[in-house]
Design a protein around this ligand. Structure first.
Ligand code: S3P
Length: 448
């Protein structure tokens, strides 16, 4: 996938944000809908799929392996090959910037008697894959010519996988999902123990497609997930709700700019994803959840947010999996709160699309906001109350979409405009972000 030319973009102090937001589809659910559609027999109809580069990387890899995936107006149709029915790709599988795409597809490849070479962009090629390869190798996946645990990697799957019982050493929904996907192809029961619960979209969607998945709550908050293998998946209707990780940017913008009020429609409010919103409520944010409902097995609501003062809080480490992608934008928001915000248990941020802990801290430095890293915690001194957030700096995004969006949002209330060095990477998760923000009243555009 070609890497685009960088475009420096600036966010200026904004008039109040107002209006109703139609969100793009949830990224995690979109990947899973395509993958399970491709592993099902018959046709799957998907509405609300996120049309971003990351999700299109999953679609292309599945097409390269024989699934039919095509747009149908606003929706998508997937014609699956059945569990174990994908075929040898004729080219390298290119996952671009997407950790979710490559790690979930490793689980799929693991269950097929085929070879595939997996590649990605510079950011993805520096991210650890061992966390997925270790359990998959126990199941029978082979890494050919193994030298490192990073892309590019050549894998050889097997139609004769062995089910395992595996306790996750890191709280990762990607690792859990890769093992679950491999487990669909293995005989007997594949059992995964997660000491800290992570997003459970794979569990919900596999059931929606007809797989036999059991989930047991464990003492201490963990979960045990059992996948009954040699599953039969049947094509179905999938409705992808709006992405709460994308909604976080609009909600944060509204909380930063005085006088703002937004209604963000159709937000996924699965409790494994709402840690950011719980934190905002603890900070004193005016948030209302309206019209709560179910969309094909996932809870959804409309979120109304009004600007108001925020206070600093301590975000406990056990909340991290439920808001893992929202820390950069929470850090931007914490700059506007009164007092200190301390976010704990952020070790996983070091292995995201960038070292997000460092990129966030450096971005705050550029904005003139005082912060420090304390072990695995990030501590931000809010300027709320009497002082204004200075702004004025240029933030290095390091090929990380969430760093780019977070510091543009910070610039909506700062004294001086904030610049980010590259916004093209935003298309990996949120195409149309700048236009959508500007339609709500923000001032974001190419730097003069
Ligand atoms: C995701 C899981 C999380 C998250 C990523 C999407 C998923 O990653 O950061 O954006 O869809 O399973 P980890 O599994 O590495 O925590």
């Amino acid at each position: 996938m070609g890497e685009k030319t960088a475009r420096v973009t600036q966010a200026h102090g904004s008039a109040p944000l107002s209006g109703t937001v139609a969100l793009p589809g949830d990224k995690s659910i979109s990947h899973r809908a395509l993958i399970l559609g491709a592993l099902a027999s018959g046709r799957t109809h998907i509405s609300g799929l996120l049309r971003s580069q990351d999700v299109m990387a999953t679609a292309q890899a599945l097409r390269d392996m024989g699934a039919q995936i095509e747009p149908d107006g606003e929706d998508w149709l997937v014609t699956g090959c059945g569990v174990g029915g994908l075929r040898q790709p004729g080219n390298d599988l290119d996952f671009g910037n997407s950790g979710t795409a490559v790690r979930l597809m490793m689980g799929v490849i693991g269950g097929h008697d085929l070879s595939a070479r997996l590649i990605g962009d510079r950011s993805l090629s520096s991210r650890p894959m061992g966390r997925v390869l270790i359990p998959l190798k126990l199941m029978g996946l082979q890494v050919v010519g193994e030298q490192s645990d990073m892309l590019p990697l050549s894998l050889r799957g097997s139609s004769d996988l062995v089910p395992i019982r595996y306790e996750l050493p890191v709280a990762s929904a990607q690792v859990k999902s890769a093992i679950m996907l491999a487990g669909l192809h293995a005989p007997g029961q594949t059992i995964i123990i997660e000491p800290k619960p992570t997003r459970d979209h794979s569990e919900r969607m596999m059931r929606h497609f007809g797989a036999d998945i059991a989930v047991k709550e464990l003492d201490g908050g963990g979960r045990e997930i059992t996948v009954n293998g040699h599953a039969e998946l049947v094509g179905c209707e999938v409705i992808v709700p709006g992405d709460p990780s994308s909604a976080a940017f609009m909600v944060a913008g509204a909380l930063i700019v005085p006088g703002s009020e937004l209604l963000v429609k159709n937000v996924l409010v699965n409790p494994t994803r709402t840690g950011f919103y719980s934190t905002l409520q603890e900070m004193g944010a005016d948030l209302q959840f309206e019209n709560e409902r179910d969309a094909a097995g996932e809870p959804v609501a409309d979120i109304r947010v009004k600007h108001g003062p925020l206070k600093g809080v301590v975000v406990p480490p056990e909340r991290a999996p439920s808001m893992i992608d929202e820390y950069p934008v929470l850090a931007a928001l914490a700059a506007y709160a009164s007092g200190e915000t301390r976010m704990e248990g952020l070790e996983e941020l070091r292995v995201k699309e960038s070292d997000r802990l460092m990129a966030t801290k450096t971005g705050l430095d550029q904005a003139g906001v005082v912060s420090h890293i304390d072990g695995d915690a990030l501590v931000v001194q809010g300027c709320g109350g009497n002082d204004r957030v200075p702004g004025g700096g240029l933030v290095a995004t390091h090929m990380d979409h969430r760093i780019a969006m977070s510091f543009l949002i910070l610039g909506l209330g700062s004294e001086q405009p904030m610049s980010v060095d590259d916004v093209s990477i935003i298309d990996t998760s949120f195409p149309g972000f700048l236009d959508l923000m500007n339609d709500l009243g923000a001032r974001m555009g190419t730097a003069a």
